[in-house]
Design a protein around this ligand. Structure first.
Ligand SMILES: [Ca+2]
Length: 312
């Protein structure tokens, strides 16, 4: 579930309200935000911000406003490997998302791999079906397309990629982005459409960053240890953090949801689909509508349902 608010994919829950810390020329409360932001930066001890990438520094005040201690916020944003991912973002955001080629997922070897997985995990898949009504082949098809059944869950530090997206509505981030942005598309970077898109994405990413912090706390992990996709999606089903919090399920009943664990991943996908309307006996159109909530792509949904049919 790679959730891109600006590409029309699923966003779960309403956009988070923007903090005044982030008000800048992209938003309406421009002057007040800049003054407040400048004040916050000046008020912080110079040494405290030394380890922080200056582009990410505004997030510290936001995290503190959301209940983190200054020390926690600093440790997080100044953590190893955490910096503004200008090149990654320029690559992701400077062009329209290209339609993905889904044909590979329907090749005979893909189907064979899914069938082997379905056999190996038959008891877990059956238990998940018993609880949710979602058939094994649909769960397996989604896990295969999302992460190759766990082979590609992403190696990006999720704090860094979410924090980078969370400051997309600040002037400093835009300046850094402009340095690596394709020259032919610089006019777009400065356009109101782009600024509106970035403001939405930043608000979304701040919510996901808070979600990630919550997950880490629940699981007794450092948020800095969590790896995921370039957008911040996690584990075999590629849930965003807030989706994990809302629909993650503890399949192996060890008291925590670990989406890199097969049983938890299976139960979480089944739980998500059931919560979004999957019922036994749904026709193809009904199934389509449910899977579409997972990823707003026609090609994606068709491939999930076609692959499921072949696995069966
Ligand atoms: Ca578990």
């Amino acid at each position: 579930m790679i959730i891109w608010p600006d590409f029309g994919r699923a966003v779960h829950g309403p956009p988070r309200s923007l903090s005044a810390y982030y008000s800048d020329r992209l938003l309406t409360r421009r002057a007040a935000g800049l003054v407040l932001l400048a004040g916050l930066l000046l008020a912080a001890p110079a040494s405290a911000l030394a380890a922080l990438d200056p582009v990410l520094a505004p997030l510290k005040a936001y995290l503190v406003s959301q209940g983190q201690s200054p020390g926690q916020a600093e440790a997080l944003l100044g953590g190893q490997g955490v910096h503004f991912e200008a090149k990654l973002l320029a690559g992701m955001l400077s062009r329209k998302e290209r339609p993905r080629d889904y044909r590979q997922f329907l090749l005979p070897e893909s189907v064979a791999r899914c069938r082997r997985f379905a056999q190996q995990q038959a008891p877990t898949l059956a238990a998940a079906r018993g609880k949710s009504g979602v058939p094994p082949e649909v769960v397996v098809a989604i896990l295969y397309i999302e992460s190759g059944l766990g082979s590609f869950t992403g190696k990006w530090p999720v704090v860094g990629v979410l924090a980078s997206q969370a400051v997309l509505d600040t002037p400093l981030a835009l300046r850094r982005l402009a340095q690596v942005w394709p020259k032919k598309q610089l006019a777009y970077l400065k356009s109101p459409q782009c600024q509106e898109r970035f403001a939405k994405r930043a608000a979304w990413a701040r919510g996901e960053l808070l979600g990630l912090i919550k997950i880490a706390k629940q699981q007794g992990l450092s948020p800095l240890s969590i790896k995921g996709s370039p957008a911040g999606a996690l584990g075999m089903p590629q849930f965003m953090p807030t989706s994990l919090l809302q629909w993650g399920a503890d399949g192996n009943q060890d008291g925590r949801v670990d989406l890199n664990h097969t049983a938890d991943a299976i139960f979480s996908v089944a739980n998500y689909l059931a919560a979004h309307g999957w019922r036994p006996g749904l026709d193809r159109q009904g199934q389509y509508q449910v899977v579409y909530t997972y990823n707003h792509s026609q090609a994606y949904v068709d491939t999930v349902l076609d692959l499921a049919q072949k696995i069966k």
